[in-house]
Design a protein around this ligand. Structure first.
Ligand code: ADP
Ligand code: MG
Ligand code: ZN
Length: 733
């Protein structure tokens, strides 16, 4: 018997404090309360929970809510208990975290009819004793939340979800409501079939989130990009998703070092830390949470202003769900994802150990992601189409492709050339190999196949290697070519490709959508290093070197003692004009900047002024030191307290040699340490003087190796290293 609208509204107000329903909520609730199945597709934040919570409270019996997220259950149950004061029995959850005593409490409340809502984890639902217990009670309906978990084509497949129908039959049937935020037409039909609700009324709200802005960025220098973005958006809350825990940790640390309040969140952290970090984000003590995908399910922070994908997600479902956490309040929500094809290759490699069927699916989902990332069409339109919805406009005005349309060219001939090349060879090759052949760039592999002798070699030499890689990718996305992951990415021509080559037609390809291959995962380069080796202002660099040489003569110091080459190169790139800015250059600490920097910044300021140079509104990303910063801090404090180096080493389980390396990297970063107390005790005064003089007057660099070679066998390496440190701290830093 359906419940009338007036009653529903008054319950809505009474229990949840809301004045009106959102979207289709009321329709859905009336449908369910009249005893019929429902299938709800509503974007994240749309208000799905209420579609079963309210009916559960007003209907006779207990509603069984199947949800995959144990952590979330407790929150939801607490929330319901909060609505209905003083009656904790009203909602319960059943999952593996409960003790025996807690389970019997649940049982009691269930049997007495007090419980209106029971959240169950799918694996608990399969347990015989739970099934027996549920058989004894009256069930109002079953809600299957996050229903996409049923489908292998969803982004979060859970095998136990496929048994739900059979278990429901066993316990006793009742209406079913399935809910999800992400369902392609394929997933949607999987869900309905599997739950046996083909006849259910489907309530599909638009998935469009007009307030979200979508952008795909080239992953050439993502850390820098991210830091810049956050600095341009001070005080705003954001989530950054990375695929690995390691990356999460690293990035969170890097952000902190660069003055951004951020914390990590991933499944490797203990529950307490995770809860704390999440709370601090919700309470806005920190601005940014860096997380693996585990974060965000069930958190309900309305004003997340940006969601950044450091790594391209494995599927568009996942991507859309995660971006959906931005701008829930309808306000600004910027969604930026970094993309490089290298990441795709990496993800494909991870899949190789999996069963073939799973690989096939994974590969398809990934391909959709590549197509999305590389496309020059409106991203909103692509996403809507992906979720089976039409987006009638061509220009949404809120995605990178609509705001900056990419140039296109007719790539008909180029595509045919690639197809012919692949077809001409009896064996199959990878993208890079094919691109090299067409661009006419030889290498050992090409020579070994004598591919530099075939007619195709250099057939497309008007274009670069990169260009050909891009066109091949676009061919894959359009299904003219296929990349086989089992054979490590060899390229095949598809039937569609052959057809195209037989009867080609104009084919608009994107120009200059040039995704630079990403950085490697472990390349936390020291500040500026990524950009050194050219790229700087060569005229300025020459002037800086001249100045260094003049000054070093005047001060009777070796040039390297003033500033090393990497520091000068950084100056020629970032044009620092203040002491503070200078400190961002490699190997320049506060002391050095103050002691020797003035002439350099003055020269740069004059140069900038005279040449009308626009200085980059730029900054150097301060990098995470190789070892843990905790170690560094401990060492610096130990030396301040004049502890024997042996004791410091022992406390940190370091060899003396390792400790010295740590100290060297601390000093190289520009921190000054006073090691005299230790040197005086352990090194002979004369020896100190001799080595010190050597560095001051003879050394051509601060290399320990050179020093050992120059000084001869009379000196112990540890002594040389210690005195060198003393010298660097006193003179160079
Ligand atoms: P979903 O599960 O669809 O992602 P939730 O059920 O978590 O979304 O709801 C998202 C937010 O919307 C919650 O903060 C919830 O309190 C709020 N909400 C739900 N229904 C209404 C309503 N009728 N009026 C106002 N806010 C609502
Ligand atoms: Mg939900
Ligand atoms: Zn658009």
């Amino acid at each position: 018997m359906a419940i009338d609208s007036k009653t529903l509204h008054s319950r809505l107000k009474e229990f949840f404090g809301f004045d009106s329903f959102k979207g289709d909520q009321e329709k859905i609730i009336r449908h369910l309360t009249s005893g019929k199945d429902a299938f709800v597709l509503m974007p994240t934040g749309g208000g799905k929970s209420l579609c079963y919570q309210l009916p559960a409270l007003v209907m006779e019996g207990t509603a069984i809510v199947i949800s995959p997220l144990i952590a979330l259950m407790k929150n939801q149950v607490d929330a319901i208990r909060g609505f209905v004061d003083g009656n904790d029995g009203i909602a319960h959850f059943l999952n593996s975290s409960l003790s025996k005593a807690q389970i019997s409490e649940v049982r009691e409340d269930l049997l007495s009819g007090e419980t209106k809502l029971l959240y169950v984890a799918p694996e608990s639902l399969t347990k015989a004793e739970n099934i027996e217990m549920l058989k004894e009670i009256k069930i109002s309906f079953y809600a299957v939340d996050e229903a996409h978990c049923i489908s292998e084509w969803g982004h979060d497949f859970r095998p136990e979800y496929r048994r739900i129908r059979a278990i429901i039959e066993d316990i006793g049937t009742a209406p079913i409501i399935a809910l999800t935020a992400t369902a392609t037409p394929k997933v949607q039909s999987d869900i309905q079939k599997n739950l046996g609700i083909q006849d259910a009324a489907v309530f599909k709200s638009s998935f469009n989130r007009p307030n979200l802005y979508y952008e795909i960025r080239d992953k050439s220098d993502p850390k820098r990009d991210i830091i810049r973005f956050i600095k341009q958006n001070p005080g705003k809350s954001g989530i950054i998703y990375c695929l690995s825990r390691k990356k999460v940790e690293e990035l969170a640390e890097l952000l902190n070092i660069n003055g951004i309040k951020a914390l990590p969140y991933h499944a490797g952290l203990d529950a307490k830390t995770r809860a704390e970090n999440q709370d601090r984000f919700l309470m806005e003590e920190i601005d940014v949470i860096v997380a693996t995908i585990a974060f965000g399910m069930g958190i309900d922070k309305p004003d997340v202003r940006f969601v950044i994908h450091y790594d391209i997600p494995k599927s568009l479902e996942g991507y859309y769900q995660e971006t959906g956490r931005a701008g829930r309040d309808g306000g600004e929500g910027k969604c930026i994802a970094f993309y490089s094809y290298k990441d795709i290759v990496k993800l494909e490699k991870f899949m190789q150990g999996k069963p073939v069927a799973e690989q096939e699916i994974g590969k398809q989902l990934l391909l959709e992601t590549v197509a999305y990332a590389e496309s020059n069409q409106c991203r909103r339109k692509l996403l809507m189409n992906y979720f089976g919805e039409d987006y009638p406009q061509d220009n949404c005005g809120a995605c990178d492709n609509c705001l900056n349309p990419k140039r296109q060219f007719d790539g008909q001939e180029e595509m045919c050339l690639i197809i012919e090349l692949v077809e001409s060879m009896p064996e199959h090759f990878k993208i890079e190999h094919l691109a090299n052949i067409l661009a006419g760039e030889s290498n050992a592999l090409i020579k070994s196949y004598e591919h530099d002798k075939i007619e195709f070699f250099g057939a497309g030499k008007d274009h670069s290697f990169r260009f050909w890689c891009d066109v091949i990718h676009q061919g894959i996305v359009r299904h003219f070519l296929e990349k086989d992951i089992e054979s490590y990415g060899l390229i095949y021509v598809t039937e569609q490709g052959r057809e195209f080559n037989r009867k080609p037609y104009p084919l608009m390809l994107t120009e200059e959508r040039h995704f630079v291959d990403g950085e490697d995962d472990d390349d936390d380069l020291p500040a500026g290093a990524a950009r050194s080796g050219g790229g700087g202002d060569q005229v300025l660099l020459a002037m800086l070197k001249e100045l260094r040489s003049d000054l070093s003569k005047k001060l009777h110091l070796q040039p390297w003692i003033l500033f090393g080459d990497p520091a000068l190169e950084d100056m020629s790139i970032t044009y620092p004009v203040t002491c503070d800015e200078l400190r961002n250059c490699q190997g320049v600490g506060e002391g050095k900047a103050r002691k020797y920097g003035k002439e350099f910044t003055e020269l740069i300021a004059k140069y900038v002024e005279e040449n009308g140079i626009e200085r980059p509104d730029d900054f150097v990303v301060k990098s995470v030191a190789n070892s843990s910063s905790a170690n560094k801090l401990f060492i610096i404090q130990g030396i301040d307290r004049k502890l024997a180096l042996e004791d410091i080493a022992a406390a940190r389980s370091l060899e003396m040699d390792e400790l010295l390396s740590e100290i060297e990297s601390i000093v190289a970063a520009g921190t000054r340490l006073d090691l005299d107390y230790y040197i005086r005790q352990t090194v002979d005064d004369d020896v100190v003087e001799e080595i010190y003089d050597y560095f001051r007057n003879e050394a051509k660099s601060d290399s320990v190796e050179d020093a050992m070679a120059d000084l001869g066998m009379d000196y112990d390496e540890t002594e040389v290293r210690l005195v060198r440190l003393k010298f660097l701290c006193e003179v160079a830093n």
